[in-house]
Design a protein around this ligand. Structure first.
Ligand SMILES: NC(=O)c1ccc[n+]([C@@H]2O[C@H](COP(=O)([O-])OP(=O)(O)OC[C@H]3O[C@@H](n4cnc5c(N)ncnc54)[C@H](OP(=O)(O)O)[C@@H]3O)[C@@H](O)[C@H]2O)c1
Ligand SMILES: Nc1nc(=O)c2c([nH]1)NC[C@@H]1CN(c3ccc(C(=O)N[C@@H](CCC(=O)O)C(=O)O)cc3)CN21
Length: 288
């Protein structure tokens, strides 16, 4: 058996084409393009890849991106003041703070300062609370992207066993909630889970959001399972060249899994696309 490839990049392009048309239709009325502000503090390799792709996609869709890159020495007060400015700026529809923040800065406190209606990342407690309650809200981008990949691939979580490895606020927990909402039976595993491989082997749908390069090997997989790889890890190969890999040992899973996302070209491009979709949604609502 060879696993079916779940092509996040192709799906992202399809959705971005639709967003582009939507923006072109709305813009004459509104008199301005949708605006996305991204705040990045210090240097983090996964964040750098994200920023690059977001800026490229904004340009392609005719959105304005307001990037702010601050040194790791920035203070909490400085960052809070920038968030307040962006909240008040009528040209900004979406605000995103790249996580994790450097040591000494409090990401959770900063997320609280973002206007929930501009929270393109869906990480403000008001939006996370609505997600828990099953109410409409701006939804976290990576989890929303994963659900779109499943839907596009014809994989309905209803009645299936899903295992999510990782319990972060950014990825693991909201993905688990969305799978639950889609009627899967969900297990959340983490660094204190005994015999992780056995837990994962129960899964019809396995989501890896750990941050450990190639950790999930064939012994973690039930034959025919769907494997979604959220991990973005930069490693150095034997020739000394840097490359991106996921948490999943893709090559060795091809004979075992039923369907699988690659890295790059899987969840990453969908995260970018859901961020743009959230920004367009908040632009539409703001100017309605
Ligand atoms: N593709 C995308 O769009 C996208 C978006 C966001 C993040 N990412 C990537 O996804 C990965 C996870 O990101 P994150 O922000 O969720 O990371 P994180 O906050 O570091 O969380 C990692 C989670 O994995 C668990 N974990 C760590 N080592 C483990 C082990 N050996 N066995 C089982 N569980 C383990 C941790 O458990 P504890 O809670 O017990 O510590 C934690 O819950 C990273 O590679 C990140 O770059 C990708
Ligand atoms: N607030 C916040 N929200 C996030 O979603 C987020 C962060 N912070 N911090 C960094 C992580 C990592 N994220 C990423 C990382 C990479 C891609 C991405 O587009 N990856 C491409 C390849 C990039 C390349 O080759 O340079 C891919 O195909 O996987 C997307 C989101 C999103 N993440």
């Amino acid at each position: 058996m060879t696993a079916r490839l779940l092509d996040g990049k192709a799906l992202a392009e399809k959705i971005q084409d639709r967003l582009k048309v939507e923006i072109a239709e709305l813009q004459p009325d509104r008199g301005r393009a949708p605006g996305l502000a991204v705040l990045m503090v210090g240097d983090n390799p996964a964040s750098a890849a994200y920023v690059r792709n977001k800026e490229r996609a904004c340009e392609r869709l005719g959105m304005v991106s307001f990037g702010q890159h601050l040194p790791a020495t920035a203070t909490q007060a400085e960052l809070t003041a920038i968030i307040h400015q962006l909240n008040a700026d009528p040209n900004v529809d979406g605000i995103l703070v790249q996580l994790p923040l450097p040591e000494g800065l409090d990401g959770n406190a900063l997320l609280l300062e973002i206007d929930p209606d501009k929270d393109a990342d869906g990480l403000h407690p008001a939006n996370l609370g609505r997600l828990v309650r099953g109410e409409p809200c701006l939804r976290s981008c990576t989890p929303a992207g994963v659900m779109e990949i499943l839907r596009d691939g014809g994989i309905d979580p209803a009645g299936k066993k899903a295992v999510v490895v990782g319990r972060s606020i950014l990825v693991g927990k909201p993905i688990a909630l969305m799978l639950l909402e889609a009627n899967a039976t969900v297990t959340i595993a983490h660094s204190r889970t005994p015999d992780l491989a056995a837990v994962c082997r129960e899964a019809d749908i396995l989501v890896a959001a750990v941050g450990r390069p190639l950790m999930i090997g064939p012994d973690y997989i039930k034959p025919g399972a769907t494997v979604i790889d959220v991990g973005i890890n930069r490693i150095t190969d034997q020739t000394g060249k840097g490359k991106l890999v996921g948490d999943v040992d893709f090559d060795r899973l091809l004979d075992v899994a039923g369907a699988i996302t690659p890295v790059p070209g899987g969840v990453g491009p969908m995260t970018v696309t859901m961020l743009l979709a959230n920004t367009v949604e908040s632009y539409r609502r703001r100017l309605a």
